[in-house]
Design a protein around this ligand. Sequence first.
Ligand SMILES: Cc1cc2nc3c(=O)[nH]c(=O)nc-3n(C[C@H](O)[C@H](O)[C@H](O)COP(=O)(O)OP(=O)(O)OC[C@H]3O[C@@H](n4cnc5c(N)ncnc54)[C@H](O)[C@@H]3O)c2cc1C
Length: 489
Amino acid sequence: MSRGVVVGSGPNGLAAAITLAAAGLEVTVLEAAAVPGGGTRSAEVTVPGLVHDECSGFHPLALDNAFSRRFDLAAHGLRWAAPPVQYAHPLDGGDGAAAYRSVDETADQFGDSARRYRQLFGSITGKFDRIAGEFLQPMLHVPRDPFPLAQFGIPAALPATWVARWLRDERAAALWTGVAAHAFHPLTTPLSSAIGVALGTAAHRYGWPVAVGGSATISRAMIALLESLGGTVVTDTTVTSLDQLDSPDVVLLDTSPQAAAGILSGKQPERVARAYRRYRHGPAAFQVAFAVEDGIPWSYEPARRAGTIHVAGSSSEVVAAERDTWSGRMPSKPFLLVGQQYLADPDRAAGNLVPVDAYAHVPAGFTGDARQLVVDQIERFAPGFTRRIRASHVRATATIATDNPNYVGGDITTGANSARQLIFRPRVAFDPYSTGVDGVYLCSAATPPGAGAHGLCGFHAANSALKKLERGGGPQASRQQDSTQQGSS
Ligand SMILES: Cc1cc2nc3c(=O)[nH]c(=O)nc-3n(C[C@H](O)[C@H](O)[C@H](O)COP(=O)(O)OP(=O)(O)OC[C@H]3O[C@@H](n4cnc5c(N)ncnc54)[C@H](O)[C@@H]3O)c2cc1C
């Protein structure tokens, strides 16, 4: 029986392990932290009984994809639930805009710009299953559905600020810029619309669901499935060198490219090692979890029913905040994502005390304390919020980076979403999962299709490893080859 080792138990590491185990390999996952799950963890960090997501909260791209269609996590306890309103964007003076499941209901808020909103999201929402199949894999492939992909690709290729101007209506522009800002990248650059188009369309197609019981139920279901296939997860084990591993046939690294270069030190071709060392990380997050009595009193009523609230004000304020964080300046009014998961999953609350998970976009490696800025931004659109806070818990940027070494400098997307890294991640290669070392693959969110708790990076990386293994490639195979060559020389 062939053996596989996966380093790291984030959703991609677990998806890779499941894919290898389902192919008949004996699989062990080695995790540095005491608790498995990487970016899919939950804990009662403010008040006992309130369930907070420590990292991923909303999962629009995890619901229906190549991995979820192949492996039934529902059979292992995973359930999704979407909030009444998918995301909202409050503006000063109690106004705002909201994204509903229906494209028409969303467009109808925008008066004369309704037609433009429908043009942006309407036609691609119905075809999104096929389109998502194309972009949720390495970019270098022959598309099966070129026409719908082109309909998606044209707005995706534009700077998000161009799309905002084209939408005309300020509320539509703000709603759009808020979703585009998930890219953690200046919104004036080419391809800065790509993530906004994907997440905005997914909101209409699938909603932005939470995992019932907390995001930790995603990793729990994945581990249960892995164990049912004979795999195991070992925690408290940091891997720093390939030599620590007992010559498995395949190794998948759910790590940052830099950490992978360290683990493979001296074994990678120099050009690949250099590409890994030069891999660029983006801005960071600063998290504050709140226990709030009676919920946040948003002035814009639909925000009280929304799972995610994008907080920054007008479209130009979002653009300015993202430009500043990218340039290393901490904005006085940062862009926030505020998660109200309990609206989809009421059991996470305790009576009238509800959990809220917020984070601000801050510069990479930010060392300051942004808690008050987060509170002030929410208070600006929800007067009276401060008086309702019963407890809070901060995870500063440095803590995010030390809790999980994949989040280099606090970059929760495991790599900047620059145009180059959106297309070629982590380096320009036909097989982006290959590390240049036989049998060893990178499978983290630093590979296609990038960040998110969807498991697709791990799934594709494991399939790449399995194909190579079938053809006879792997560390054991290459070691055997080496010894045969040495013996014959
Ligand atoms: C605050 C925050 C909010 C987020 N919100 C969302 C969201 O709403 N929706 C969404 O889809 N995504 C969200 N994300 C991103 C999502 O969590 C990540 O993209 C996803 O978890 C990446 O999965 P991964 O398997 O690549 O890596 P990770 O989940 O980061 O897991 C990597 C694992 O590998 C371990 N590891 C690393 N190096 C080693 C080593 N050398 N030896 C052993 N173990 C090692 C780490 O300890 C970690 O457990 C968020 C992340 C954060 C932090």
